[in-house]
Design a protein around this ligand. Structure first.
Ligand code: F3S
Length: 432
């Protein structure tokens, strides 16, 4: 039994329109399935239409009727109703293309047509078309304690852990319905008691670079799976960028949606605060040995390879991360057999244009792209076989999705691979 307010009952009874009624039906059904006793008001949604070739195919076979497709995919309704504006700030996740680089990326006409229709429709219903997995880099920042309905694992873990907002990992349908009625079931990570740590991770090795945070996150994720870890032993304060890589790794290898770092994240001023009323945490000790094992595993025990593609920006790169890359490539040239992409939100790309970073990147022979992600869009340069990236999440997914070899390395080694065409990931050369 889900307890509804008078307003929620009116939504369900169709007083505010058929789209809100459909959305409310979905949210209530979802709450019943989860065993939630009530709903909670949400203040931001990250979901959008989704970079989906299934939706694209269905749109084509339905005479490009986007409203019908929206009802089907986002409201779980086979009946088409008129969709009005979203009632909560809502952003779109990754797209299938970069509208400014259609020719360079050799995007098919079908994809361009679908993306334009979807883009217009989401604007029409009031969504913000950010097309990024890192909306917080474009000013879409959740507040501490705020309830959200976000999807995309790296965004969800960032919202929960670093910003202290509250969201479960939502779906295409639940974010669609929540954006229309501003409600989501009150369960899981919306409830304070469910946010306390199950595992105590004692780090006994110095962790500082993004590369090390990626390895640490990947190892912890594999170990704790979907549980909540609290981490102690981090001696140098991490930047937002390092936590972005850390969270993406935790979510990729294990499905973690929330972590705490004592003295760093907002719900862990002390160890006691992070564990709250939960008792008997399992303790895991992490030393250099575990990080080196993770490195060997993610890189399939390879330590050298010819490279034809280099990827940066998973999760989407910040302005500071792009500045670091630019400083390493200025006045240099990419190897003629290698392509290199840097992925970032559109707003950050605009700032890179103004800073002169885009020109340096293009003079080097690489592309600065917004809105896309190779793993999600299934998009890499033709004949790509061997990839190197500074993102352990991208390395985790892309090998399987695109049947390529993908290696995980530090920023500096990725840049060196772009210039020489060869990746050297020898364990003896790894600085941890
Ligand atoms: Fe974002 Fe794609 Fe990585 S969605 S987190 S760039 S796998």
């Amino acid at each position: 039994m889900v307890e509804l307010t008078e307003y929620e009952k009116d939504l369900l009874n169709g007083i505010y329109g058929a789209d809100k009624q459909k959305a409310m039906e979905l949210i209530v059904e979802y709450a019943i399935a989860l065993g939630a006793k009530k709903l909670v008001e949400v203040h931001s949604i990250t979901g959008g239409l989704g970079a989906s070739k299934d939706i694209m195919a269905d749109l084509k076979s339905n005479d490009y009727d986007m409203e019908k497709i929206y009802c089907e995919y986002k409201l779980n309704s086979s009946e088409k109703v008129s969709v009005n504006k979203v009632c909560v700030p809502t952003t779109t996740l990754i797209n299938l293309l970069d509208f400014d680089k259609i020719d360079e990326l050799e995007i098919s006409e079908d994809i361009v047509k679908y993306c334009k229709i979807a883009d217009n429709f989401s604007k029409k219903i009031g969504m913000q078309n950010l097309y990024t997995c890192a909306p917080y880099l474009s000013g879409f920042i959740p507040m501490y304690g705020e309830h959200l309905a976000w999807m995309e694992s790296s965004a969800v873990i960032m919202a929960n852990s670093v910003f202290g907002a509250r969201t479960n990992t939502e779906s295409l349908e639940s974010t669609g319905a929540a954006s229309i009625v501003g409600r989501i079931p009150y369960w899981g990570l919306h409830i304070k008691e469910n946010r306390y740590a199950d595992y105590h991770i004692k780090v006994e090795v110095d962790i500082d670079s993004e590369f090390e945070y990626g390895l640490l996150g990947y190892y912890i994720g594999e170990t704790v799976q979907e549980k909540i870890p609290v981490i102690t032993g981090i001696t140098k304060r991490p930047t937002l960028e390092k936590l972005k890589h850390f969270g993406a790794a935790l979510a990729a290898s294990g499905g973690v949606e929330l972590y705490h770092i004592v003295g760093v994240t907002p719900e862990a001023n002390t160890f006691e605060e992070a564990v709250g009323t939960k008792k008997n945490q399992k303790t895991i000790v992490i030393t250099k040995k575990e990080l080196l094992e993770t490195y060997k595993k993610i890189n399939m025990h390879q330590n050298k390879s010819k490279i034809d593609f280099v990827i940066f920006g998973c999760p989407h790169a910040s302005l500071e991360q792009i500045k670091e890359i630019v400083e390493l490539i200025e006045n240099k040239k990419i190897n003629k057999n290698v392509k290199m992409w840097i992925l970032t939100p559109y707003s950050v790309k605009s700032l890179c244009d103004r800073q002169g970073y885009t020109k340096i990147i293009e003079d080097f022979g690489a592309l600065l792209l917004s809105d896309i992600c190779p793993a999600i869009a299934g998009l890499v340069p033709k004949n790509t076989k061997n990839i190197v990236t500074n993102s352990i999440k991208q390395a985790h997914y892309i090998s399987n999705l695109l049947k390529c070899n993908c290696y995980y390395s530090s920023l500096e080694k990725c840049i060196s691979a772009a210039i020489t065409g060869e990746w050297n990931g020898d364990l003896n050369d790894i600085e941890i």
